[in-house]
Design a binder for this molecule. Structure first.
Ligand SMILES: Nc1nc2c(ncn2[C@@H]2O[C@H](COP(=O)(O)OP(=O)(O)OP(=O)(O)O)[C@@H](O)[C@H]2O)c(=O)[nH]1
Ligand SMILES: [Mg+2]
Length: 355
């Protein structure tokens, strides 16, 4: 059966959940933390797999399958080296996804593990004919040394996955003064809540866009970008949506947005008018006036309002520049950047080994 033949109706909102039909694979430190957070949020997603080289990434994870790849600090300096180390463990990865028709691969790109192994897992998913949706967290602007690996890994992920949702760490962390350890926790929590709301949570007073629609939405060759906004002070949904929409500007050309899915979180008093003004205002900010919008909402927040937006249709993002070789090859300005123009990207970041 080809990927195109799969019916997403195969994933009903059944009780208790999707079992192994839908897998979530967290890769590397960030990927394991976000996947673990999602496992705590979601009652529907049941099959979680963690793949990493560092035992502390999975030390506190109590449920799910763990694949720990043996590596010393020196032997995992690059994504390529990590892929080499993971080679012998590919059968275990295959085993974990063998019953899955849809696999979410979550990773932070820029380090050696996520950048090395997320494309490898995505390729395995594709080879078995399942749908792969990659959730890629991009490094902070200041992590310049990580941009190159992130750019290369993103390119490979786009090649193997049916859809890639990008998350910009810089845009998720608005208050950069909080301690770093809390910052990651907070950001991971936001990402996990957003994914859970979109995919279909089972909470009361909620209407979700749902797994089927989200997966159809992200199956595109264009870039999909997830942005999150809150309104803590006045708890107004409209302000949360405006806040979420304001982040796109720094990542993409927002006029290119052709479709978006939006989930608004408010309290019990949220009215239809609140939704209409919140979501209606979005087409004035994203797209060229014709953007299609699908939405869900939760009317059960006891604190602030929040809005989660995934928009698609972007031909490029700010991350395009993270891969200087690719850019240099496109622009043929390699000499300025100190790269040999005869080097192909695949020579520098070789493709995943065929097994
Ligand atoms: N949102 C979020 N981003 C993270 C977290 N940890 C790291 N990152 C980001 O993700 C990118 C990849 O970092 P890691 O996941 O730590 O890297 P890795 O894949 O484990 O690879 P190594 O660094 O070689 O261990 C970094 O550049 C950070 O910007 C996290 O817990 N949450
Ligand atoms: Mg790590």
């Amino acid at each position: 059966m080809s990927i195109g033949d799969l019916k997403l109706d195969d994933f009903p909102y059944s009780n208790p959940g999707y079992g192994r039909k839908v897998a979530v694979v967290g890769v590397g430190s960030a990927g394991c933390r976000i996947a673990n957070q999602l496992s705590k949020e979601s009652k529907l997603l049941e099959h979680f797999v963690y793949v990493t080289c560092d035992d502390h990434d999975i030390a506190n994870i109590t449920k799910g399958e763990k694949i720990l790849i043996d590596a010393t600090l020196r032997s995992k300096a690059t994504p390529y080296e990590v892929r080499g180390l993971a080679f012998a463990r590919v059968p275990e990865i295959r085993q974990q996804i063998k019953d899955s028709e849809l696999v979410f691969v979550i990773s932070g790109l820029g380090g050696a593990v996520g950048s090395g192994l997320a494309p490898l897992v995505a390729r395995e998913v594709r080879e078995k004919g399942a749908i792969c949706v990659a959730i890629a967290v991009m490094p902070f602007n200041f992590e310049r040394s990580k941009h190159y690996f992130a750019g290369g890994a993103l390119k490979q992920l786009r090649n193997y996955a049916s859809g890639v949702v990008l998350i910009d760490n810089d845009e998720l962390l608005e208050n950069k003064k909080i301690p770093a350890i809390d910052a990651f926790y907070l950001v991971n929590q936001k990402i996990a809540v957003a994914l859970n709301k979109f995919l279909g949570s089972t909470e009361k007073h909620e209407f979700s866009i749902g797994l089927n629609n989200v997966v159809s939405f992200v199956r595109t060759n264009s870039y999909c970008v997830l942005c999150i906004g809150e309104d803590i002070e006045t708890s107004e949904c409209r302000k949360a949506v405006l806040n979420a929409a304001s982040h796109f500007d720094r990542i993409v050309d927002k006029s290119e947005a052709s479709k978006s899915i939006v989930h608004v979180v408010g309290d019990k008093s949220i009215t239809m008018n609140d939704l209409v003004t919140s979501i209606g205002g979005l087409s004035g900010i994203l797209g060229n006036g014709t953007m299609q919008i699908e939405y869900g909402f939760s009317a059960n927040s006891e604190s602030s309002s929040a809005a989660f937006i995934v928009a698609s249709g972007f031909s490029s993002t700010k991350f395009e520049h993270y891969d200087p070789v690719d850019r240099a090859l496109k622009n043929r300005t390699c000499i300025d950047l100190g790269f040999d123009s005869s080097l192909g990207i695949e020579m520098l970041l070789p493709d995943i080994e065929r097994s």
